[in-house]
Design a binder for this molecule. Structure first.
Ligand code: ZN
Length: 346
């Protein structure tokens, strides 16, 4: 493999990329919260100045993170229209990282519980997807996180909302939230009905608890892809299954390093072992702003720590493109553009 005078980091930025595990709320910027503080006259620890607000975003522990999420981010949204700010944040992030296709999770539970209209929010997502495509030529699709935090009944309601409010940009559902509190089996009926209604289905699993959670997502929910899936490393049979069926794993290293559940440092991350064994590995950023990272930095992290070679990094980019929910034609077109850029550099 050649490694001439070009900067591989620059190439990472230049290659048109896809991202498939990304939360809309995890893209929120300090500017957005600051706007909401002023528009909605909010008061919380740090709301007195933009400087102090910035400090709250500088989270160093899981507790600080949860406090930021619950007390600052989630409580700043007072009306449906506030979500438009998140669309702007998403657009800026995607442009900055040269992401040309993204599937983004949107978690409506909290908003619906506080009285927001789902159809209104769905319209904002749809208009946002259209705007981002028209202005930046980036395709954005949404996966509604029905959530395992609030129980199966809430998830059923979320699914109803998705089915009754079809939008071109909303293509499926995901299962996020507290993995230890919501076993996948409880959501079997929800996912069966989603599949019957031609929705795509994915689930977070093996992020916070063991391989049994990944088995359950595969067997009970029939998901196409696994969010994180890192605890699969503990289960030989599962790794063989994931490999044989080429189930894409949506790996988010910085996020795993932040929660520290299975990984304390990048060298310990199972991504390399998965890749070497032939499992289907994709790379993603999860909640980039909250973890002060972005997709390019995720690739850089793996490259600079010599977890992967340049060719392997490019291969993972390709695998991520080929794991999106789109026609083969779309995937091929994205990768063709990527190859052109790679050729120019190498
Ligand atoms: Zn996630």
């Amino acid at each position: 493999m050649s490694s001439g005078n070009y900067s591989f980091k620059e190439l990472i930025r230049e290659i048109p990329k896809a991202e498939i595990h990304l939360h809309l709320e995890g893209l929120i910027s300090v500017d957005t919260i600051w706007n909401l503080v002023q528009e909605n006259h909010l008061e919380f620890d740090g709301s007195d100045s933009k400087e102090n607000l910035k400090k709250r975003f500088n989270v160093n522990s899981l507790d600080e993170f949860i406090s930021l999420f619950l007390n600052v981010i989630q409580s700043s949204f007072r009306k449906e229209q506030d979500i438009v700010h998140l669309i702007t944040d998403a657009q800026n992030y995607l442009v900055r990282n040269n992401i040309v296709y993204a599937e983004i999770f949107f978690a409506p539970s909290k908003f619906v519980q506080s009285g927001f209209s789902f159809p209104h929010m769905a319209d904002i997502l749809e208009a946002g997807s259209k705007k981002i495509f028209e202005e930046s030529n980036i395709t954005v699709k949404f996966l509604v996180d029905v959530s395992r935090t609030f129980g199966p009944e809430n998830a059923e309601q979320n699914l109803d909302l998705v089915i009754n409010n079809p939008r071109k940009s909303i293509i499926g559902i995901g299962l996020g939230g507290a993995e230890s509190k919501g076993p996948a089996a409880d959501y079997k009926a929800v996912f069966e009905r989603a599949i019957k209604n031609n929705l795509k289905v994915v689930a977070h699993a093996g992020e916070d608890i063991g391989p049994e959670s990944i088995w359950a997502a595969l067997k009970d929910l029939n998901v196409d892809r696994i969010g994180h899936g890192i605890s699969a490393i503990q289960d030989e049979e599962l790794m063989t299954y994931l490999k044989d069926n080429q189930i894409p794993l949506e790996i988010c290293p910085t996020s795993n390093l932040f929660t520290k559940k299975y990984v304390q440092k990048i060298e310990e991350h199972p991504i390399k072992e998965f890749y070497n064994r032939g499992l289907y590995v994709t790379l993603n950023s999860d909640d980039p702003t909250l973890f002060s990272s972005d997709l390019c930095e995720e690739y850089e992290l793996l490259y600079e720590n010599k977890i992967f070679t340049e060719d392997e990094i490019i291969d993972i980019m390709k695998k991520t493109v080929y794991a999106i929910y789109a026609d083969e034609k779309v995937k091929k077109a994205i990768w063709k553009k990527a190859e052109k850029v790679i050729k120019k550099y190498r």
